[in-house]
Write a protein that binds this ligand. Structure first.
Ligand code: GTP
Length: 751
């Protein structure tokens, strides 16, 4: 790669600044989209996560016979996966499973430097894939076993993580410096390489593993030109202007700290002066501030490896140092596979190559490995894969090392877009592809939901309409039944009572006639007696003085001979009450009262009653031609004895009493008719039946209300689904537009 002129450098600076600005804006847009999805997921529509499809994709992936190292585990157990911009092909969303064979043939090809083909099924997610530690199968209904809310919560967390990562990418895009991570297996020669690039033996090196923490070598100009070593316990809080965030270490103690660090420091910041010119120095080069980070061996322990992965977003260039004697170990392969997802291009330095006897064979074998592990790196192997001889620190470096150094400088400086902006661009693209994919899934899900609800509403409509009709019909019918029932009760009651009253009347009449006959007999007997007495008196008349002054009938009055004493009255009243009480009981069902049958207010009506009874008795006497006999009786009463008169009067009193009852009973029908009017019977019956009608109508109302609530609930859900359909459709379009804009940032990457 030829060096750029000052003019070219200036132009490239401006282009780079423009790309940074655009990418920064798109990253913000992407973050806003995620924010909007989070909000929607929380408040309106739990985002449908296509677990089953992803499970099938995972199975299809494993069915394609990919090497185990190339398969993604179902669980994103590695934090690298969280942060990586696992790049899908622009075509991957359009692919179907039928395309999988074609897909597999494209696995190692590339149509876009920034969009390396993913080793994933098209129906898959990358950045927004959930960390579900499940062993699921395509056939199993995983969604069914997981609460929708749990998925929603996990998805919310994933979105949150993505937003945090985008914030870091934004910080990177606006950062004016570049970080080069030097990594590789234990004792591969990482520290030796960094020292060679710095032309100073700053970092300790040894035949045995010695680097125990990350050592970042930064140009001293970033520390006011002062050479210092800061041991940083918490790199997230580090501020070189705040001494409380680090411990200053002398150059003499550096080796001890690097070799013996026991987790007390996360990182060393080594501010070093490079007295070389900008053209020669990698740290200060006149274009961008570069720092070199030496790291512990990948296979030292998982903790440091994890830390390394977690810090991926801060790294612009990865220099992977591989020991030519060991080739790529498993940990090295794993790193390249994962790092390659975000850092499509890895700068590879094959160390200890000088010690190899069959160099061509070694070179071929290592390149073959690289071809599998990092296809894009392999494609640019001329610039990115180097086999330098050991840099001994002498002023005159071997030619392969000089070429490697120039390539690294060029890769870092001239292709900063690839090394610095591309990871952010790739990550944003992956997020936006995932958003499009999820948006499409949710549009489909919402559409399906709407169709289901429409089907439910359609199917339930006849039932609802029938219910409404039946409610109206029931209301009308129940009123009609009520009316009919009341009429029936009224008629039945009237008939029954009339019959009862008639029977009572007949009975009373029979009793009265018997008494009348008895009385007639008594009167006849009495008349006969009187006739005999008369004869006897006439026979004796000459012997006795005449007493014609007492010709009038003298009824006994007062004392125990009184006919209408209270005892008699109460006796009649009690018997009347007793007989009529049974009727009252029989009529309880319609809540009739005794007073409805007879006028029992005797205290007020007694006078009327007695006079009417007397009239009735007289009428009976008249009808039986007893008037003359009675008149005779009355006329002769003065001449009969008290015993005979009492018999007569008792019989007469009985006649009067029975006549009174007869009157009351004979009047009962009229009283019943008067008091129990048709309207009253109707009202009473209605009052008795109405609660059942109300209950029936209430039950119908409740059924209608329940159905209406169900329908309202479905309508509400359909409304939410329709909103979601619109929202996710718009989201898909926005994500697509944004993805195009992000892609366009790299359009003029080569100037
Ligand atoms: N022959 C040869 N030896 C090398 C080369 N590079 C490094 N070494 C030696 O390999 C040993 C380990 O080198 P380091 O730089 O300490 O390796 P490292 O990868 O930093 O080791 P750790 O940080 O402990 O993982 C040292 O003795 C170096 O002199 C090389 O290119 N050729």
């Amino acid at each position: 790669m030829a060096s750029m002129s000052a003019q070219e450098q200036d132009y490239q600076q401006r282009v780079f600044a423009d790309k940074c600005r655009r990418l920064h804006s798109h990253l913000l847009g992407t973050k806003n989209l995620l924010d909007s999805i989070r909000d929607y997921n929380r408040t309106k529509w739990p985002v449908h996560y296509p677990l089953a499809k992803i499970a099938r994709a995972a199975e299809a992936q494993s069915g394609m016979g990919m090497p185990s190292g190339l398969r993604r585990s179902n669980s994103i157990s590695h934090s690298m996966s969280t942060d990586s911009g696992l790049a899908p092909s622009p075509m991957r969303r359009a692919m179907t499973t039928e395309d999988s064979s074609a897909f597999s043939s494209r696995m190692t090809s590339s149509d876009d430097d920034l969009q390396p083909e993913r080793l994933l099924d098209p129906n898959d997610l990358s950045v927004l894939r959930l960390d579900l530690r499940l062993s699921y199968h395509a056939d199993s209904d995983v969604m069914g076993s997981l609460e929708e809310s749990s998925i929603s919560r996990l998805f919310d967390e994933r979105l949150s993580q993505c937003e945090v990562h985008i914030d870091k990418l934004i910080a990177r895009v606006t950062d004016k410096s570049s970080k080069i991570l030097v990594t590789g297996d234990l004792n591969a020669g990482k520290s030796t390489l960094v020292n060679a690039l710095l032309r100073r033996e700053i970092l300790p090196f040894d035949q045995q593993p010695c680097t125990m923490l990350f050592c970042e070598v930064v140009d001293a100009s970033q520390n006011g030109g002062c050479e210092e070593i800061h041991a940083v316990p918490d790199i997230a809080k580090y501020d070189h202007a705040d001494p409380s965030t680090y411990v200053t270490v002398s150059m003499g103690d550096l080796e001890d700290i690097v070799m013996d660090n026991e987790e007390q420091y996360q990182q060393l910041k080594i501010y070093s002066q490079d007295k070389r010119s900008d053209k020669e120095s990698l740290l200060h080069n006149g274009v961008v501030d570069v720092s070199l980070i030496d790291s512990p061996g990948l296979n030292r322990d998982s903790l440091k490896t994890t830390q390394l992965f977690a810090r991926q977003e801060e790294i612009d260039v990865v220099v992977f140092v591989v020991n030519a004697e060991n080739h790529f170990t498993l940990s090295g392969q794993d790193f390249l596979l994962n790092a390659g997802n975000e850092k499509a291009h890895i700068f590879i330095v094959v160390n200890r190559f000088d010690a190899i006897r069959r160099k061509d064979r070694c070179e071929r074998m290592i390149l073959d490995q690289i071809k599998d592990l990092s296809p894009l790196t392999y494609e640019e192997r001329q610039d990115l894969v180097h086999f330098p001889a050991e840099a001994s620190g002498s002023a005159q470096l071997p030619e392969p090392f000089a070429r490697m150094e120039e390539s690294l400088r060029s890769f870092t400086l001239e292709q900063r877009f690839k090394s610095k902006l591309a990871p952010a661009q790739r990550y944003a693209m992956n997020v936006l592809y995932d958003v499009q994919y999820l948006a499409a899934e949710n549009v489909a899900s919402a559409t399906k939901r709407i169709q289901e609800i429409n089907a439910i509403l359609r199917e339930s409509m006849p039932k609802y309409e029938t219910l409404l009709t039946e409610r109206t019909e029931n209301s009308r019918m129940s009123e009609s039944i009520l009316d009919d029932s009341c009429k029936e009760v009224r008629e039945h009651t009237t008939t029954h009572l009339t019959n009862t009253a008639t029977h009572l009347e007949d009975y009373a009449e029979d009793v009265l006639l018997a008494i009348v006959h008895h009385l007639e007999h008594e009167v006849k007997e009495l008349v006969n007696d009187l006739a005999q007495i008369e004869q006897h008196r006439r026979a004796l008349e000459p012997l006795a003085p005449s007493d014609s002054s007492s010709g009038a009938l003298a009824l006994p009055s007062g004392g125990s001979d009184g006919l209408w004493d209270d005892g008699m009255a109460s006796s009649i009243t009690a018997s009347q009450l007793a007989s009529i009480g049974s009727i009252s009981n029989a009529l309880d069902t319609v809540q009739l009262e005794l007073g409805d049958f007879v006028d029992l207010d005797l205290s007020h009506n007694w006078g009327t009653l007695t006079s009417l009874s007397a009239s009735a008795s007289m009428a009976l006497f008249a009808s039986r031609s007893m008037a003359s006999n009675l008149l005779t009786l009355m006329r002769l009463s003065s001449s009969i004895g008290p015993t005979t008169a009492r018999r007569l009067m008792v019989s007469a009193a009985m006649l009067v009493g029975v006549s009174s009852v007869f009157y009351m009973v004979s009047d009962m029908d009229a009283t019943v008719r008067r008091k129990l009017s048709a309207r009253r019977l109707y009202t009473e019956a209605s009052r008795a039946i109405r609660p059942f009608v109300w209950q029936l109508q209430h039950n119908f109302e409740r059924m209608v209300e329940a159905e209406e609530r169900r329908r309202a609930d479905h309508l509400r859900k359909r409304h939410v689904a329709q909103d979601s359909q619109i929202y996710f459709d718009e989201l898909r379009n926005k994500a697509q537009d944004l993805a195009n804009a992000v892609r366009a940032v790299s359009a003029d990457v080569c100037i």
